[in-house]
Design a protein around this ligand. Structure first.
Ligand SMILES: NC(=O)c1ccc[n+]([C@@H]2O[C@H](COP(=O)([O-])OP(=O)(O)OC[C@H]3O[C@@H](n4cnc5c(N)ncnc54)[C@H](OP(=O)(O)O)[C@@H]3O)[C@@H](O)[C@H]2O)c1
Length: 334
């Protein structure tokens, strides 16, 4: 089919009408789109300018042995930061460190330091914080990232599971923050970043303990931010949607065992490198509260705030679906 043939297919006057419609739409949408375009340009300029300020900053990342924490380690390392990597699995931290040292970054870099940390052992956290402070005499940025999830209904899981989730995801990060905050306040400088979740904004079925721990983290960070705002310390709370990591594999079941399965939602989630990069931008721009997710999670957040009864209806349906899936799986096992 030639161009002439195509033109013949269009009824006389039709293309002219379409052209006018496009012009009209352009004129109407331009004033709406322009502020967003300008805001995006302004944001990118700010990121470009402030990213350079990360060089030589001392960054402590918890949960740096895999997933998002590992990607954050790469992003901060490439920015010339002095890293302290913490988690329970030292062999995995050694692997991350080796990978980092093998990178050809093209800027001045510093060998990361590894420190063992179990967020569930609250009594050991002050000693850990002291050791972390002794490495470079200060912590400029603390990223509270370490955490675990759950795959169980509220009724099926013992209180011990809720307790474990709250201790690792909430109290562990709170204890570490409290142990490091005095040194930041003394220097009138520092940044504390909490890795929460969109489930800290709205709860989902089969995740009661996880959602509760992330809601608590969100509340703690909002409250803390207001208290330290005029003291040189910044607080950023990050709420990501699904990220392609080992989170579901490492999640706990109702019996406290490891779930060991990669969820479809997690597997089709965002790349951890992309999320880590966005988190770095949020930190350098001193953003306070950031949702990093697809439109579906953002929509759920707004529906939960504006029209809760509709949100409850949606998640009731989701709970029924999960219940059916679980029953079918148990039937298969039998
Ligand atoms: N993946 C997602 O879809 C998603 C979405 C929103 C938010 N998040 C949040 O992102 C953070 C990182 O999770 P991820 O997705 O990267 O999952 P991941 O690959 O399972 O990583 C979890 C990290 O937390 C550490 N951790 C677990 N228990 C710990 C403990 N008791 N003490 C110290 N460290 C502990 C693990 O290290 P060790 O096992 O070596 O201790 C690991 O490095 C979590 O806070 C999670 O809630 C994830």
């Amino acid at each position: 089919m030639s161009l002439d043939d195509v033109e013949k297919c269009v009824a006389p006057g039709q293309s002219g009408q379409w052209n006018s419609l496009y012009v009209l739409l352009g004129v109407i949408l331009m004033p709406v789109a322009l502020p967003f375009v300008l805001m995006e340009c302004f944001y990118r300029l700010r990121v470009k300018r402030y990213r350079n300020e990360l060089a030589e900053k001392v960054v402590l990342i918890t949960g740096a042995s895999s997933g998002l924490g590992e990607s954050l380690a790469h992003a901060f390392y490439k920015s010339g930061c002095k890293l302290i990597l913490a988690a329970r699995r030292i062999t995995e931290l050694e692997r991350v460190k080796k990978d980092l040292l093998g990178l050809d970054v093209g800027t001045v870099t510093f060998p990361p330091v590894i420190l063992p940390l179990d967020l569930a052992e609250l009594k050991d956290i002050p000693t850990f914080a002291q050791k972390a402070l002794e490495v470079h005499n200060q912590i400029d940025i603390l990223v509270n990232n370490g955490g675990i999830s759950v795959r169980a209904t509220a009724i099926s899981s013992a209180v011990d599971i809720d307790l474990k989730l709250m201790v690792v995801n909430y109290f562990g990060s709170v204890a570490l923050t409290k142990a490091l905050l005095p040194s930041m306040l003394k220097r009138k400088s520092g940044h504390i970043c909490f890795i929460s979740s969109v489930q800290g904004k709205f709860a989902l079925p089969y995740r009661s303990a996880y959602s509760a721990s992330k809601h608590a983290l969100q509340a703690f960070s909002d409250s803390l931010r207001s208290e330290v705002a005029n003291k040189g310390v910044h607080v950023t709370c990050i709420s990501p949607g699904y990220i392609r990591t080992q989170l579901s594999m490492n999640a706990l079941t109702s019996k406290g065992e490891t779930y060991g399965k990669m969820d479809k939602t997690t597997n089709s989630g965002m790349r951890p490198e992309k999320v880590a990069n966005r988190i770095l931008n949020a930190i350098v721009c001193k953003e306070k509260d950031v949702i990093i997710s697809d439109l579906q999670a953002k929509f759920a957040y707004y529906v939960r705030s504006i029209c809760p009864s509709f949100y409850f209806w949606i998640i009731e349906k989701r709970a029924r679906r999960l219940e059916k899936e679980e029953a079918a799986e148990q039937k298969k096992v039998k």
